[in-house]
Write a protein that binds this ligand. Structure first.
Ligand code: RI2
Length: 317
């Protein structure tokens, strides 16, 4: 562990790793705040030392979870503003960028919610997978517009984030039916929209989201149920414009089965991918704060946002 990294930053990195802090937008918010703490508390005596500390903090945060692109996008946003020539000036740069980033994130989610809500009609039933603050922003806005929305919520093994979705929808006054993941196809006939979030969106319009999303999307397409992905532009993956693929996080066996039960059944190999890739042909619309896009045209927005290329501030030593 790099000694220069502030204990609070290490704690946040640990909580992202163990998923106490989870969800792509929430992770982005947490890392921006972590960099702000590192900057505020820094005792660096010269600008190079300060920059080195911030890079080390960014690297610690970057190495926690590989799939949600909101994490590196947040690090880039906060660190790109380091233009001052004194430690005090740099500290202010980072604090200002982090504050601006968090405010923009909140605004983007509210704007996205308006766009997504317009796709929902009074009386619609949605089916959700996992827990996505971007997706729930669409429902919240629709409810505020006076629409009656009902939800069929998939529990989302292995970590049951569907329980969080069920609770938050209940708090909005949305009637919820909870189902196990394998019951999804059985209930798709009763559903007007599948509504999910995203951890990353690739340049070809593929959606990387919680494991099980792609199977749900294929089934929904088979039943003719529209699939809507709520993903603020923070989820767009710049690296995919130049041919990089999105790394899919593989998590611990223990999330699925305890060691004793595993031994009882003969210690089979266990695989626990956290995410999967839904090809663009199974997605009807990607809803962002900049409007809704058919997945195949999301690259136009990506060119506009990342046209000048991106940096990797955590990679510089
Ligand atoms: P918001 C989550 O991943 C889910 O896959 C969810 O759809 C996505 O992040 C986006 O969440 P995890 O952190 O940014 O639970 O919309 O593995 O909140």
């Amino acid at each position: 562990m790099d000694e220069r990294v502030h204990p609070e930053v290490r704690r946040i990195a640990e909580e992202i790793d163990t998923m106490e802090i989870r969800g792509a937008a929430t992770i982005a918010d947490a890392v921006a705040r972590a960099l702000r703490t590192q900057a505020r508390e820094s005792e660096a005596t010269d600008p190079e030392m300060f920059r080195g500390e911030l890079r080390a903090a960014a690297r610690t945060l970057y190495e926690t979870r590989p799939t949600a692109v909101s994490l590196p996008n947040a690090l880039r946003y906060v660190l790109r503003g380091m233009s001052a020539t004194t430690v005090e000036g740099l500290r202010q740069n980072v604090v200002d960028s982090a504050d601006e980033f968090c405010a923009r994130l909140e605004r983007a989610q509210a704007d996205l919610g308006q766009v997504g809500a317009n796709r929902l009609r009074d009386g619609d039933v949605i089916m959700t997978h996992c827990h996505s603050t971007d997706a729930l922003a669409c429902v919240e806005t629709a409810v505020k517009q006076g629409k009656h929305i009902e939800a069929i919520v998939k529990e989302t093994r292995p970590r049951n984030q569907g329980h969080i979705t069920a609770r938050e929808l209940h708090e909005m006054g949305v009637p919820v039916t909870l189902i196990v993941d394998s019951a999804a196809r059985r209930y798709l006939n009763d559903v007007d929209h599948v509504l999910v979030g995203a951890d990353a969106v690739a340049a070809d319009g593929s959606v990387i989201n919680k494991i099980g999303t792609s199977g749900l999307a294929v089934n929904a397409r088979d039943r003719g149920t529209p699939i809507m992905v709520a993903a603020q532009t923070l989820k767009l993956h710049p690296g995919t414009m130049t041919g990089h693929t999105v790394d899919i996080e593989m998590r611990e066996t223990e999330e699925i089965i305890d060691a004793e039960t595993l031994a009882e059944i003969g210690n089979p190999t266990v695989k626990n991918p956290a995410f999967d890739v839904t090809p663009p042909r199974y997605v009807d619309a990607i809803v962002t704060e900049r409007g809704q896009f058919p997945p195949e045209s999301i690259v136009i927005l990506m060119r506009e946002l990342f046209g000048e290329g991106t940096t990797e501030p955590w990679a510089e030593r």
